[in-house]
Design a protein. Structure first.
Length: 403
């Protein structure tokens, strides 16, 4: 019997993350060069996300707060200064205060370049203030990314590991019961198939492919943008570890196996508590357009061609499968591009590698030849088509009943 590829369930349809607009960037640099500093900062923020300053009176001093994930971020711009700040967490009598403050000191000397975490009135907050004439577009964009990424990450760490509390209660859009059940099913089935795949590899002298099923599993889970909390940060760190060539390959596999087992042991209630649809001020994914994606996919072409010429359908299928998951993981691609990937992965889910390989290569070539447009649109997954078909049948029955 031919070997079958791992499962794939389509992601729940969500809005595309904020898109960066290079036109704003060009204006920001020109304005900064002309010493129009406030306007330069405004255009830099528009570059990151044109909705950041929505609702603000740009002709006056700007003081606006927006939601990013589970935190609230405040931005101020006046004639003298530019500032970004956010309250991360609150410390009370139940918090592990001493180790937490030790951790804060470590972060301030390692993870942060411009911003700093500060402690005042039992609140941990992160902020950055700078005279506007020193706020070049590159600095503003870097600081914005630094604060948003780290504040969101450390919010989860401080609350889950040190028993800190929410500093500001942010309203979250929780997944409904049906969506929660679907996500838990997907996670459980992804984790549940790992052992059987590893057993197959070991019996067929392909034990190194344990790395592939582990990375594929973590990509499938991490690409769920609605899975949040410290677990998301942990998964991202494990993915980074698995790609770290400074670590012995077998050691990476061993660590990956241990972590998969740790994920299995987490309760359904734990996973459910981390499920909500995010509202992000700025995407942490890389900017994409049809040419960027072509170049990125092209980097895999030579290896994929060599594998294909050796008639190793097994290696080619796994290599392309993981490549497409990594594309979703790294880049803010359009819903149409993501839809093409997900439709194919769902179609070849648990199908034999001999038939799957050609389909994966075809999609790879479509990206190389820029056949898949960088436009948002409806994602035609098989599950979506199923519900469309049901709706059409119901509609037809209703029309017939009228006549």
């Amino acid at each position: 019997m031919a070997h079958k590829l791992p499962l794939y369930y389509p992601l729940i349809k969500t809005k595309r993350e904020p898109i960066k607009d290079d036109d704003f960037w060009d204006r920001a640099e020109e304005l900064f060069d002309n010493k129009n500093y406030k306007s330069s900062i405004i255009e830099t923020l528009n570059y990151a996300n044109k909705d950041i300053l929505k609702g603000a009176n740009l002709k006056k001093n700007i003081d606006i707060s927006k939601i990013h994930g589970a935190i609230e971020v405040n931005i101020k711009i006046d004639k003298k200064n530019f500032s970004i700040s956010t309250k991360i967490a609150k410390i009370d009598q139940d918090s592990a205060t001493t180790p937490l403050l030790r951790r804060v000191a470590e972060i301030n000397f390692s993870a942060l370049d411009f911003a700093q975490i500060r402690f005042k009135d039992n609140l941990l907050y992160i902020d950055y203030v700078e005279p506007i004439e020193l706020c070049s577009p590159r600095k503003v964009n870097y600081v914005l990314q630094e604060i948003l990424f780290n504040a969101d990450e450390f919010y989860n760490e401080f609350i889950e590991l040190y028993d800190a509390k929410e500093a500001v209660e942010v309203t979250k859009e929780i997944l409904n019961t049906s969506q929660q059940s679907r996500v838990i099913r997907d996670i459980r089935e992804y984790l549940g198939e790992v052992d059987s795949y590893i057993e197959y590899y070991e019996k067929n002298d392909k034990s190194n492919y344990a790395w592939d099923i582990i990375i594929i599993t973590l990509y499938r889970i991490s690409n769920m943008s609605y899975l949040n909390g410290y677990i998301k940060y942990e998964i991202i760190q494990k993915i980074s570890m698995l790609h770290n060539r400074d670590i012995d390959f077998q050691d990476r596999i061993s660590r990956g196996k241990i972590y998969i087992n740790e994920l299995k042991e987490l309760s359904d209630d734990y996973y459910k508590s981390k499920l909500y649809f995010r509202k992000d001020m700025v995407t942490m994914l890389k900017t994409s357009d049809i040419d960027i994606i072509k170049d990125w996919v092209s980097e895999y072409s030579d290896t994929l061609k060599d594998i294909e010429e050796s008639n190793d359908n097994f290696a080619a299928s796994y290599y392309a499968y993981a490549m497409f998951l990594r594309l979703i993981y790294n880049y803010n691609i359009s819903r149409r591009q993501r839809g093409e990937i997900e439709t194919l992965l769902e179609k070849i889910s648990r199908k034999d590698i001999n038939s799957a390989k050609d389909k994966l290569i075809t999609l790879h070539n479509q990206f190389i030849n820029k056949k898949i447009e960088d436009k948002d649109g409806f994602i035609f997954s098989y599950s979506n088509i199923f519900w469309i078909s049901i709706s059409v049948v119901i509609l037809l029955k209703f029309i017939v009943s009228i006549f």
